[in-house]
Design a protein. Structure first.
Length: 165
C-alpha cells in the first residue's frame, strides 16, 4: 500500500567546502567607513595565515561576543576585524574596546576569508588571536606560528601608532 523508498547510497559524499579565493578588487567593493587601519594585501595574507595556524591549537577567539568577553576578562593578543561587516554597528564598539585595553587591531578586506582561515564554514567578523590562549601547555603549537605572529603584531602595532593622535 505504501510507496517504496528509494535506496540511498551508504557512502557519504565528500564535498570540498573551501571557497575559492576572491580577487582583491572584488573583496574591496564594500569597505566599512570605520575600517581604519585597513591592512595591505600582504599583511592580510600573513594575518590570515597566522589565524589558520593558531586555530587548531585553540589560540583564537571567534565572534564579536566572545572577543568582547575575552578582552574584558583581560586577554591580550591581536584583534583582526572584517572591513566588509554590515551593519557596521555590530563591530563598531570593538576598536574602542581594543584601544582602551592597549590591544592592537586591524581590518582585513573580507569576512569570508577570515571565516575560512579560522576553520569555520561561516563568515567571521571579528577574531582575537591569543598566543598561549586556552591551551597554555602546548608549547609546540605556540612555536609553530610565533615568529609570524610577532611580525604581524609589530606591523599592526605600527599601523595603530600611525593613526593615533
Amino acid at each position: 500500500m505504501g510507496k517504496s523508498k528509494s535506496s540511498k547510497s551508504s557512502k557519504a559524499m565528500e564535498v570540498d567546502v573551501t571557497p575559492t579565493p576572491v580577487p582583491t578588487q572584488a573583496k574591496r567593493t564594500y569597505v566599512s567607513p570605520i575600517a581604519h587601519p585597513l591592512s595591505s594585501d600582504s599583511l592580510a595574507k600573513d594575518l590570515l595565515g597566522v589565524a589558520k595556524k593558531a586555530t587548531p591549537h585553540k589560540h583564537v577567539v571567534r565572534g564579536v561576543r566572545d572577543v568582547v568577553r575575552a578582552i574584558r576578562k583581560g586577554s591580550k593578543g591581536l584583534a583582526v576585524l572584517a572591513a566588509d561587516s554590515y551593519p557596521v554597528d555590530t563591530i563598531s564598539h570593538v576598536p574602542v574596546l581594543c584601544e582602551d585595553n592597549q590591544i592592537p587591531y586591524v581590518f582585513v578586506p573580507s569576512k569570508r576569508d577570515l571565516g575560512v582561515m579560522t576553520l569555520t564554514k561561516r563568515p567571521t567578523t571579528c577574531v582575537l588571536i591569543v598566543p598561549g590562549g586556552k591551551t597554555g601547555k602546548d608549547k609546540q603549537g605556540l612555536s609553530d606560528y610565533q615568529t609570524n605572529y610577532d611580525q604581524c603584531f609589530q606591523s599592526v602595532k605600527s599601523l595603530n601608532d600611525s593613526i593615533a593622535l
